[in-house]
Design a binder for this molecule. Structure first.
Ligand code: MG
Length: 380
């Protein structure tokens, strides 16, 4: 007998009994809930393993201790599960969404995505969020009965965080909420904010570790300054990695506690008692106004001081060149592509999409190797 996986959930949580199911019907698993099954399919996918060698902020080879897309996704899942349990939301679903949310990322982080989007502008553009959905819906080729992973509607809904109206029109039921301006499940809303909590905090940690940020500079950020002072009070004279970790863990905790408290109050005020009512309500998972403005201050700080640091800009510029040159050489000569990416025509939107799929699937180091193979005269 399988346990009742929905038993601990609040009425407003996503549950198996109200799931909109999978695109292709499948027999239920004898041992796992449908959302556990989604999570397991994601973990076993090729795209998930590639996350290990994809940049979050720092390129993978720059140091062994920086976050990669893989460790980032695991941290998002950890924060999301902890939040979900407190809000009596579906932990398995938030875990599945969190682990899949970055599957469509190109090599070299946002620089790679922006470059590929520019290359694809005459062919419908490129958006990593939509690409994550494309990975789980079609690009993974593992199962006999269908392309992709055939995930549940709720996991797919959570992966598709944002979407243009023209893309929404092409996505059928999944795109409808963008047209009707409705919300996704609370689990989807929560995974989105867990992502923010994770990257804002680990980017501070990585920024300080790399030396691109200094602790003195970080004192401009009120959330950091407050907890750094508390740590100094509790552990006088403490410095280095321990001080940073003690500070960052307090920041994460403050954000998590604020989000739980605010979201519970929002849910209570809205009086929602089913996932369908959640979809019709305004966004209910969120931070208090005070915390929101502190989080924005932190984001602004990171944008100016870390993401636009000249050493990061150098990487960004190189990444742009690699992605753009790869795209151009493949679009001019599709015969250079591995055969399963070649279509008969040339310079068609379909061929361009294949090129984008190929490039987006690359890890940082694979993209660099491919670049050398195609452009370096002394490589064969
Ligand atoms: Mg992310």
């Amino acid at each position: 007998m399988m346990p009742d996986f929905d038993a601990y959930l609040a009425p407003y949580a996503a549950r198996m009994s109200t799931s909109r199911g999978r695109t292709v019907n499948e027999t239920a698993s004898a041992t796992r809930s449908e959302y556990q099954r989604d999570r397991d399919r994601i973990i076993h996918s090729t795209a998930f393993r590639r996350l290990e060698y994809k940049t979050q902020v720092f390129v993978n080879h720059e140091g062994d201790l920086f976050r990669t897309r893989l460790t980032h996704s695991i941290e998002v899942a950890q924060i999301a599960r902890s939040l979900a349990r407190n809000l009596m939301l579906n932990e398995d679903l938030v875990e599945a969404i969190s682990l899949a949310h970055d599957l469509g990322h190109t090599p070299f982080g946002h620089a790679g995505q922006d470059a590929l989007n520019a290359c694809m502008k005459d062919y419908g553009g490129f958006e990593h969020n939509l690409q994550s959905l494309r990975v789980v819906d079609t690009l993974e080729q593992r199962y006999g009965a269908f392309d992709g992973l055939n995930l549940t509607f709720e996991t797919r809904e959570g992966i598709l965080k944002h979407c243009s109206l023209s893309n929404a029109q092409r996505l059928g039921e999944l795109g409808r909420r963008f047209i009707e301006k409705k919300q996704p499940s609370l689990e989807a809303q929560l995974a989105n904010l867990a992502d923010e909590i994770a990257y804002n905090n680990h980017d501070i940690d990585d920024g300080l570790r790399s030396g691109l940020l200094t602790e003195q500079q970080m004192d401009e950020v009120s959330l950091f300054a407050r907890y750094r002072a508390e740590v100094e009070r509790l552990f006088p004279g403490i410095g280095g990695r321990r001080a940073i970790n003690e500070t960052v863990r307090r920041m994460i905790n403050a954000l998590v506690e604020d989000l739980i408290k605010t979201s519970l109050a929002n849910i209570h005020d809205a009086g929602v008692s089913s996932v369908d009512e959640v979809r019709d309500a305004p966004p209910l998972i969120g931070f208090s106004e005070a915390m929101k403005s502190q989080a924005q201050e932190l984001k602004r700080f990171l944008r100016t001081n870390l993401y636009q640091h000249y050493l990061v800009n150098r990487m960004t510029s190189k990444a742009r060149r690699i992605v753009t040159d790869l795209f151009d050489i493949f679009i001019d000569g599709p015969q250079l592509l591995p055969s399963d990416y070649q279509l008969s025509g040339q310079d068609t939107p379909e061929q361009a999409r294949k090129v984008a799929d190929y490039i987006a699937g690359m890890t940082d180091r694979y993209a660099m190797r491919e670049y050398r193979r195609l452009f370096a005269v002394d490589e064969i």
